[in-house]
Ligand binder design. Structure first.
Ligand code: GAL
Length: 410
């Protein structure tokens, strides 16, 4: 699809978004997930080793001490490896007593008293990706347990699921297998306990079966790609895919670009700006994946950028997408296109991304930006704080860096 056609369908897409949102209101609680969720998850920090009470409580205290809670980071989510390897005699999941000496309800209670939320991870298949018990055949029982513990968030992974290969391997090599029925089962289980506890439901099927086209009927957010492995290539791959499917995000259902790798010492500072900036304007959940005891000040500054968080949390929930200004080259699949824009309730977000294209001076007339007409606008670049007014904006952006503007009427 050409960019101009893509832009024409964006408006229709947003109308569709409204339809999808009303669908989700019927299927899941309509007040949850109206904007992308913000928080932290254990997986990118230390995989299985971080699935513990110590990390959860430590993160919760850091959320308060570092001002992250006040900025909207509230979900403390524990990923794979939190349970024992076997269910108990009644078939219930059991929190590993070595990792959760006080048990999960006590931790949930502490977090709730701090004004925070607690999330857990499970899997649609027989086992989780790290071979802990999955929810296959136990969906309602697991949802009831989560509700009784007061858990606020559930991520549902896609390992050891039924597959033409028998027994199911960790990851089914047949990407054509329809993952929908498994996510429908867990959605209905979560729905069945909603009277006791409302749970934000995150689908993690790695973008299979074009999940963005149906995810809003099943959950509040859906992983649209395979993992963010923490390298620059992952940021480019996921960002490029996100730019093609922006129209499927909307209040109540968002493309999830995956947990962040800002602050883990793998990306350069400019690359961390691109990573966080793209996730924020694409309306992805913003889930920190770093150890907050060790995070560098420069990374924390990026994660605490209030202007970007406000853009991410804008009530319209419209994800920014790419547009092609006159004389700009055509987008190339798999690369990050330099020009992005998205409607906000009080203006437009515009970004110049100097990734695949190389660095240099980028310029646009506001008249060429989707959502704006010819005229004078006030702009602010959110990372540098630089401001200006005019009918156009020009900015130098170094390779693998980004400039993100909020443009508002004068
Ligand atoms: C993967 C998933 C990751 C993480 C991991 C845990 O399938 O995409 O986000 O949850 O499993 O084993």
């Amino acid at each position: 699809m050409s960019v101009s056609t893509l832009l024409k369908v964006v408006a229709i897409g947003h109308l569709m978004g409204l339809v999808l949102s009303s669908t989700i209101e019927r299927r899941l609680n309509g007040t949850l997930g109206r904007t992308p969720h913000m928080g932290w998850s254990s997986w990118n920090v230390a995989q299985c080793d971080a699935a513990s009470e110590r990390y959860a409580m430590d993160t919760a205290h850091k959320f308060i001490d570092l001002g992250l809670k006040d900025l909207g980071y509230t979900y403390v989510n524990i990923d794979d490896c939190w349970s024992t390897k076997q269910r108990d005699g009644s078939g219930n999941l059991v929190a590993d007593p070595n990792k959760w000496p006080r048990g999960i309800p006590a931790v949930v209670n502490d977090l709730h008293n701090m004004g925070l939320k607690f999330g857990l991870y499970g899997c649609a298949g027989e086992k989780t990706c790290a071979s802990f018990p999955g929810s296959w055949g136990h969906e309602v029982q697991d949802a009831q347990l989560l509700a009784s513990w007061g858990v606020d968030f559930w991520k549902h992974d896609n390992c050891f699921t039924p597959c033409p290969v028998n027994p199911p391997p960790q990851t089914c090599p047949d990407t054509g297998v329809d993952t929908r029925p498994w996510y429908g089962k867990m959605r209905d289980a979560i729905q069945s306990v909603a009277g006791t506890k409302e749970i934000l439901f995150n689908l993690c099927n790695w973008g299979r079966n074009e999940v963005w086209t149906w995810g809003a009927e099943y959950g509040h957010s859906w992983r649209m790609e395979v993992d963010n492995w923490g390298d620059w290539a992952s940021v480019v791959r996921i960002g490029a895919t996100a730019s093609r499917i922006a129209e499927f995000s909307g209040p109540g259902g968002f493309n999830d670009l995956d947990m962040l790798f800002v602050g883990n010492g793998v990306l350069t500072e400019p690359q961390e700006r691109v990573h966080f900036g793209l996730w924020a304007i694409a309306k992805s959940p913003l889930v920190i994946g770093a150890d907050l005891n060790k995070i560098p000040a420069s990374s924390l500054k990026i994660l605490r950028n209030k202007d970007l968080i406000d853009i991410n949390q804008d009530e319209l929930g419209i994800a920014a997408s790419i547009f092609q200004p006159p004389n700009a080259p055509a987008p190339v699949r798999g690369q990050i296109y330099p020009y992005w824009a998205g409607q906000l309730s009080d203006g437009v977000v515009l970004a110049f991304v100097a990734a695949s294209s190389g660095g240099g001076k980028f310029s646009v007339n506001f008249a060429d930006v989707p959502g704006l007409k010819k005229g004078v606008y006030r702009w602010k670049e959110v990372y540098s704080g630089q401001e200006g007014t005019g009918e156009a904006v020009s900015f130098n952006v170094a390779k693998d860096d980004i400039a993100i503007f909020k443009a508002t009427s004068t």
